[in-house]
Design a protein around this ligand. Structure first.
Ligand SMILES: Nc1nc2c(ncn2[C@@H]2O[C@H](COP(=O)(O)OP(=O)(O)O)[C@@H](O)[C@H]2O)c(=O)[nH]1
Ligand SMILES: [Mg+2]
Length: 442
């Protein structure tokens, strides 16, 4: 789940990393890409719009501390916003002082309610609690058997009464729990394939008979935008306390599930990640956000740097970088200017000192874009000291720029030749070349 969104985000951040600073223009581009990534990941369009508006507001005019690059700062802004979208802080299941705490499980048929009920019982048992599972899905006999089997697997008693109504079973189970020292009653209810009046009415009457302390709405993350609509319907009728996202182990895009919290304004409390009964996790917005961004280390770095940055050191570093000779960064800037000027072949021929070999090389303008993308995907130190770009880095840069290792190899070779060429130029010639380049390229 979320692989698709993760991959898109990674691309966006890589591209922005190459920029010298956060400008209105490159932020707008990146924000547009973020919105596209969210929409393609099936995030609700209203949620996506709101999300990107916030990101844009926060990113524009943001000072980039010298030791960070704009990509990193942008990652942090998106991360913070994603954490907010997912609820900000962890919202654990609230247990009451009463015995038993009553937890009612609601949702559509097949969403994973019964499985979750057992998982929750298992989880609470491991925390030293004494749960009771209550079988209130009376419409399908197999549903009662299913809960009974799951209860046996985890060693948790199941309260059931064949032939009785859901309301009866629910209210009797509370007495049973008290008498048998069970401190949490987990009520598994019936679902339908679609939201219908009968199901809602039954759920409401179970609710009014046992007055649950917590109602958890279970939703299948694989169902896309329907998940959001269903959540709204259930929330209107039951005013539930929290959401359980199931089947996050699946390969659906998952964005819809992420929209639920923002649409219904109820916290996600658990995620279910498989059919096995221990595959349940408490939902942590921050951990989920870094899982989705796949950039936990960058976020940590930015947090650290923003906390305590030594601007003076950063400036010195910058000066050292500037004093260096022709770096890949300069090269890229030149390319950018060249792109504005027209066909590359013509431009190259105007630069004195460009070797005839290069002049005759067939470089098309598309290649130029790719070269720029490659350099954008490099870190500052790689641009400054290309010799550190080993095989591992080449692979990463190729992945980040959507090119191949062969192309990276070619670029580095060409660049080395260019550096050599500059060395062979006399001081005067070099100065003239630079002056001319400046004149033409500004
Ligand atoms: N892969 C996966 N399957 C799940 C998950 N939760 C439930 N299931 C499966 O989904 C199906 C429906 O689950 P069930 O608990 O019976 O849904 P209910 O109708 O809402 O009670 C069953 O085959 C479960 O094994 C999950 O998190 N991941
Ligand atoms: Mg069920």
């Amino acid at each position: 789940m979320f692989e698709q969104i993760s991959e898109k985000f990674e691309d966006i951040f890589h591209r922005l990393s190459g920029q010298a600073r956060i400008s209105e223009e490159n932020v707008s581009d990146a924000v547009r890409e973020v919105r596209r990534a969210l929409l393609e990941g099936d995030v609700n369009y209203k949620v996506a719009r709101q999300f990107t508006e916030e990101v844009q507001k926060k990113a524009i005019g943001k000072d980039v501390v010298k030791s960070l690059n704009p990509g990193q700062v942008f990652v942090k802004i998106v991360y913070d916003e994603l954490v907010q979208l997912l609820g900000g802080t962890t919202s654990e299941l609230e247990l009451s002082q009463d015995i038993p705490t009553v937890v009612m499980i609601a949702g559509l048929q097949g969403s994973g309610k019964t499985t979750f009920a057992a998982k929750l019982a298992n989880h609470l048992k491991s925390k030293g609690r004494y749960p009771l599972l209550v079988a209130c899905d009376v419409h399908r006999p197999a549903a009662i058997d299913q809960l009974e089997t799951l209860g046996q697997q985890i060693g948790v008693p199941v309260f059931l009464e064949r032939g009785a109504t859901a309301v009866d079973i629910a209210s009797k189970s509370i007495d049973y729990a008290r008498k048998n020292a069970r401190d949490i009653a987990i009520i598994d209810t019936a679902g339908r394939l679609h939201v219908d009046e009968e199901m809602m009415a039954e759920a409401e009457s179970v609710r009014s008979s046992v007055k649950p302390h917590q109602i958890l709405f279970v939703v299948d993350s694989m169902t896309g935008q329907d998940a959001v609509n269903t959540a709204q319907e259930f929330n209107k009728r039951l005013d539930f306390n929290g959401v359980v996202l199931t089947k996050l182990d699946g390969d659906a895009r998952g964005g819809a599930a992420l929209s639920i919290r923002s649409v219904v304004q109820k916290p996600i409390k658990f995620v279910s990640l498989g059919e096995k009964l221990d595959q349940l996790e408490i939902f942590h917005p921050d951990r989920m956000a870094s899982r989705i961004l796949g950039m936990g280390d960058v976020v940590t770095l930015v947090e650290k740097v923003q906390e305590q940055v030594d601007e003076k050191k950063a400036e010195k570093l910058e000066q050292r970088l500037r004093r260096n000779e022709f770096t890949l960064e300069d090269f890229r800037d030149q390319l950018k200017q060249i792109k504005k000027m027209g066909p590359l072949q013509d431009v190259l021929s105007m630069i004195p000192g460009v070797s005839s070999a290069m002049r005759n090389a067939t470089i098309d303008d598309k290649a130029l874009v790719r070269i720029e993308a490659i350099i954008n995907s490099m870190t500052i130190s790689e641009r400054d000291k290309p010799h550190i770009i080993d095989g591992r880095r080449r692979k990463r840069i190729a992945a980040g720029s959507g090119t191949s290792v062969q192309e990276i190899n070619r670029l580095l070779k060409q660049f080395a030749e260019m550096q050599k060429m500059f060395k062979t130029l006399s001081k005067g010639k070099l100065g003239r070349a630079a002056a001319l380049a400046n004149m033409r390229f500004r």
